[in-house]
Write a protein that binds this ligand. Structure first.
Ligand code: SF4
Ligand code: SF4
Length: 377
């Protein structure tokens, strides 16, 4: 008797992948053009053709255990060449979204972040939190000093609490992911011990943006991501120096204004922050331009893609507007833009384990797994 395989489709999974941006998945007729044109896929058991049939059949468990969905960089070379308009790049992005939303801890946060109807609630929470942090009920008089509006110590304490929650969310989510990846592998290491062996080569690839550069048909994404990534690093450096100065003044150099903002325009903090902000704006505009010119063939990006790009762009723009309003001594506008800036920063960082930002972390884990299993191109 011939071997037979019983396929048990998960219809809810198909519905969810479609609603997360993979609505074209049923158009695929398995011609394999996508796997041929993909520059990132290994020759052995290539993607994304197999993922397309698994998605069509609702084989959720196979896709959730498939590291290849994370080795795709969504360059959309495959979507541009697909003769059926099945947009495999978008389908894989939707499957990735499904994966990390369902790995999220707590799980309801993953669901909330993926649905536009919760956006007012997600922005309303930090607005309410900041209103509770205000030093008084009125705009402070005198020179524009943001610490007179919302005490820095209160912001730092809130930042510490949410950073801890972000770490707990990421730690739990990535460990759930690793447990799924290593299913059926005898003697597989823990995520921690695999990281010790493989994180350095993986980080080297990430920092060089090696994979983005391999996607030849969509080079614009390489430059866009390079700008956003290193822009973000510069802003992080500026913010860390600034926060370090504030705590140094509080703990060791009481009353020494040298350690407190506002910083001079040519200080390290300002130069790093402004260069980082410019790089982020340029990177986001490139992403939006790229999506708009390729939207017919490759799709306009998922809801999570759009919210993420616009949030980063708004962080940078409100940062600049805050600075310009302060320099122009327009107190009301400066404080208003400052609050808006903090709201967008909160959205970007406090919801990190549940937004598109989490892709960076889950992709890193998948790359560690690929190194461990020697799944190389
Ligand atoms: S997604 Fe498109 S290119 Fe890939 S196998 Fe299906 S029809 Fe062919
Ligand atoms: S989007 Fe790019 S990396 Fe992903 S499968 Fe298609 S061609 Fe390959």
């Amino acid at each position: 008797m011939a071997d037979s395989t019983i396929v048990k489709p998960d219809l809810d999974f198909i519905k969810d992948v479609k609603s997360l941006g993979g609505d074209s998945l049923k158009k695929c007729f398995q011609c394999a053009t996508c796997s041929v044109v993909c520059k990132l896929t290994p020759e052995d058991n290539p993607f994304p053709r197999k993922e397309m049939i698994w998605a069509q059949w609702g084989l959720k468990d196979k896709l959730m255990q498939d590291p290849d969905i994370w080795l795709c960089y969504n360059c959309n070379d495959c979507s541009v060449h697909c003769p059926r308009g099945a947009k495999p790049g978008e389908v894989l992005a939707a499957v990735r979204n499904y994966s990390f939303i369902n790995l999220a801890f707590p799980r309801f946060m993953g669901k909330i972040l993926s649905q536009a109807r919760y956006l007012p609630l997600l922005f309303g929470f930090p607005i309410l939190l900041l209103l509770l942090m205000l030093r008084g009920n009125t705009i402070p008089s005198g020179p524009i000093l943001f610490r007179n509006f919302i005490p820095y110590e209160v912001i730092d304490i809130a930042a510490g609490v949410f950073t801890l929650l972000v770490f707990i969310g990421l730690f739990t989510g990535t460990n759930r992911f690793w447990t799924i990846l290593i299913q059926g592998i005898d003697g597989a290491p823990t995520l921690l011990s695999a990281s010790k062996s493989y994180l350095i080569p993986v980080m080297s690839k990430i920092l060089r943006h090696e994979k983005f550069n391999d996607c030849v048909a969509n080079q614009i994404r390489y430059y866009a991501h390079l700008c956003i990534f290193y822009g973000f690093v510069l802003c992080l450096i500026a913010t860390s120096i600034s926060a370090g100065g504030i705590w140094a003044e509080k703990l060791f150099f009481k009353g020494n204004e040298l350690f407190l903002p506002p910083w001079s325009f040519f200080s390290v903090v300002k130069v790093a922050g402004n260069l980082g902000g410019i790089a982020i704006v340029v990177g986001c505009l490139l992403v939006l331009y790229n999506r708009s010119v390729n939207k017919d063939k490759a799709g306009a990006g998922t809801y999570l893609d759009s919210v993420f790009t616009w949030t980063i762009l708004c962080v940078a723009i409100t940062g600049f507007l805050t600075q310009f309003a302060r320099m122009a001594e327009a107190a009301f506008l400066a404080y208003l833009f400052y609050v808006l800036h903090l709201v967008f920063v909160f959205y970007l960082l406090a919801y990190l384990p549940y937004s598109k930002f989490a892709h960076m972390i889950y992709r890193t884990v998948a790359m560690i797994f690929a190194e461990y299993t020697n799944r190389k191109k």
